[in-house]
Design a protein around this ligand. Sequence first.
Ligand SMILES: [Zn+2]
Length: 275
Amino acid sequence: GDLILVDKLLFIANGPDNGQKMINTMSVAQKLSLNEKKEFFLLKNAHSSSQCINHLIIGIFNLNAFAISDTASAICMLASGFNHSCSPNARYSWHVAGGWLRIYADTLALVVGEEVYISYISGRHIYGSHHKDRQNQLKNYGFICSCIICSLPFSEQEASDRRQVEIACIWESVPYYMPHQTADRLGAIVHTVHLLKEEGYAADKDDFTNDAAAICACHADWESVQYWVTKTYKTRVAEFGEDSQRATDIHNIYLDLKRSPDAGMQRKQKFTVGL
Ligand SMILES: [Zn+2]
């Protein structure tokens, strides 16, 4: 992946729940300078019929803000212009230290004139979501998704829905395998990464490969840990950048594999499962 955009921040709104976040949004937006306000009100608003200034602020915020943590969302002007796809060819992330929103895309895979899409729904909400659920989640943005997956012919749409359900089932079952089923558990992870690839949205595959690394570390299979940690690290560098927190976390484990949590807690065993 390549860094294609570093966007400056207009403002961040915080809140432990949606109501609090909205209150914070109104107060922060009112404190913007005149020029910043002008910029903000240029952004799209799917609910622009209201005459009430607070309704307009909330309408713009809901449509354009990027979730950057569990409680905070950010308004970044240029990144707001990107359209959504359920099979996006780019991914955004928040760079905590810099205070930037960054977008990474595999520019070698893009052809001239191809639109760059991000996903407005987080990976966790795309797993297991049928085409209809996704349309529902996107309703607040005021459009019906006609991305490459959502406009598939019916039979392929059904196949996509089946894959999504399977991915979600595996994700939920991965923590519950018994210690003697570790090879099956790794097999399920490998299967999921392939399903994600077939689905055309392999973002978050690093979470699965990271799980595989932790599982192999439990059994003190350091060669396999190295294999899975390398996969995870490469994905995170490509999608979030080398200096991102997510890549740095993995890099630190890479330096001393035996330091990973739960290392060597289970019976020593060697696995030959890979992608
Ligand atoms: Zn879609």
